[in-house]
Design a protein around this ligand. Structure first.
Ligand code: ZN
Length: 488
């Protein structure tokens, strides 16, 4: 199977985590100061065009709304919006589409519809399925591609979803935003409409909603099980409870010319999966697991600087990839052999990667040049995260505690490289700085056999040059499992 993973989406998944708007002191005051985001369909039970309206109170006067032109692999996003009408808003000159809210407040309304014919495909789209999809039978939209952001000022928004048909799921329920949600968060969403299979299930304290089209190697229940297990383990290990409700939306995409494709992206209280229907179960499960870990790394740690995200992918993607494997093991979704096989695969992809010695600075510039460059932070970062977990554990608490620390200290300020490094060094000790400088900053090759591993795990170099991590002879797999996991 050809592995197809678009690292760019991992980066996007980390962007734009705005702090919550200030809590109002009374509902009356909220109502006056909050705007309203309304979503609907242009025609009942048809999904060719989605209507969007933003009503903005006088409290928003002077604030500036800006519409996205690019997002991730998608460009020319203004082509997706039609029939724009405004009142009380002044269109500002310049390249982008931006509006200043006038003294008395105002509104803007528009429709959203896909700007290509038929189904998305690999020839026209860098990643089919990310761009707004609207058709008679269904629609699938990412908030980032059709909702604006505040580029100055702004007010929280309540939600009016009454014009949506019954067959619809949005990342937010109207009740989630009763006292106002941040537009940044609302834009970090997915909207699924039409012939999806909609379901709701309870996983611990979390209500999991699903919206799934297509037929996959994993059914909706199995996908919900992965979601629930990961949310539960993350809450325990990172000492941070999951959301009360969560949506996952799955839309099929055409298979690439060779093999299969599975791409996930974490959003606010939700995530989406775009997958070709020939994708195997292991790949689906792992992608879901990885995206759930992004809830904590880095969404709950504070916003990151999008423009420089690539340079900290050793952490944002590397630690996420490691915990995707570790939390699956902890949740019983995989066994010890699967975990070690997963880490062995990462090590071998790394050893055979022509990009493996790219220093972090060059990697940040060349991240989109090749699949190998995109995958390097996952490979190198996950191997180092495993090694650092063991070093930190020898000093009292593992890498789980570093993640918990970074979440705990989050007061809405930016998650900077300095904050990440300080939190790592505090638990891991002095070797963290030298490992980072050597293997990430300078890009010096990492020898998987030289990593600090759980004592029950042995790394052996095969005659072919590949590395294999395995449980040492005579040690029961379950004993080794406990050692790999450490204390929750
Ligand atoms: Zn990721």
């Amino acid at each position: 199977m050809v592995r197809k993973m678009v690292a760019a989406l991992g980066i996007l998944a980390l962007a734009a985590c705005a702090p919550l708007p200030p809590q109002p002191d009374a509902d009356g005051r909220t109502a006056a100061q909050a705007g309203i985001l309304s979503l609907g369909t242009q025609q009942p039970d048809r999904f060719e065009a989605i209507t969007v309206r933003l009503d903005l109170p006088a409290a928003a006067a002077g604030s500036v709304l800006s519409f996205p032109e690019n997002w991730g692999p998608e460009e020319s996003l203004s082509q997706l919006r039609r029939d724009t009408a405004t009142r009380g808003l002044e269109r500002l000159p310049g390249d982008g589409e931006t509006y200043r809210i006038g003294p008395g407040g105002g509104w803007i309304a528009y429709t959203v519809a896909q700007d290509y014919d038929g189904e998305p495909d690999w020839e026209t789209h860098r990643l089919p399925g990310m761009r707004v999809r609207t058709a008679e039978s269904h629609a699938f939209l990412l908030g980032q591609t059709f909702l604006p952001q505040w580029s100055q000022g702004g007010v929280p928004l309540t939600l009016d979803l009454q014009s949506l048909p019954q067959r619809a799921a949005f990342s937010f329920a109207a009740s989630d935003c009763a006292t106002g949600c941040a537009l940044d968060d609302l834009a970090n969403s997915v909207l699924a409409l039409g012939d999806f299979a909609f379901d709701t299930s309870q996983a611990g304290n979390t209500t999991v909603r699903s919206a799934i089209r297509g037929s996959f190697a994993m059914d909706a229940d199995a996908m919900s099980g992965v979601l629930a297990g990961m949310l539960d383990q993350g809450a325990q290990r990172f000492d941070d409870a999951p959301f009360a409700s969560y949506l996952f939306a799955v839309n099929p995409i055409p298979a690439p010319p060779q093999g299969s494709a599975v791409v996930g992206t974490g959003l606010h209280r939700s995530f989406l999966l775009l997958a070709s229907e020939n994708a195997d179960e292991e790949r689906l499960r792992h992608t879901i697991a990885h995206e759930i870990v992004h809830e904590w790394i880095t969404r709950r740690m504070g916003p990151t600087d999008e423009a420089t995200d690539a340079q900290r992918m050793w952490f944002t993607e590397g630690a996420t990839e490691y915990f995707a494997w570790k939390l699956q093991l902890a949740a019983g979704l995989i066994d010890t052999q699967d975990f070690l096989a997963g880490m062995s695969d990462l090590a071998n992809e790394y050893l055979s990667s022509p990009a493996r010695e790219l220093p972090a600075g060059q990697l940040a510039e060349r991240i989109f040049e090749s699949d190998q460059a995109q995958r390097l932070p996952y490979q190198r970062g996950a191997l180092l995260a495993w090694h650092w977990d063991m070093l930190a554990r020898a000093r009292g608490a593992g890498l789980d505690a570093v993640i918990a620390d970074l979440i705990e200290e989050n007061a809405g300020q930016e998650l900077t490289d300095a904050r990440i490094r300080a939190a790592m060094a505090r638990r891991i000790g002095g070797q963290f700085d030298s490992d980072l400088a050597r293997h990430v900053v300078r890009g010096k090759a990492l020898d998987p056999e030289a990593l600090t591993l759980p004592a029950c795990v042995m790394a052996t170099r095969q005659p072919s040059g590949t590395v294999r991590f395995a449980v040492r002879d005579g040690i029961p797999a379950d004993t080794c499992r406990m050692e790999i996991l450490g204390h929750a």
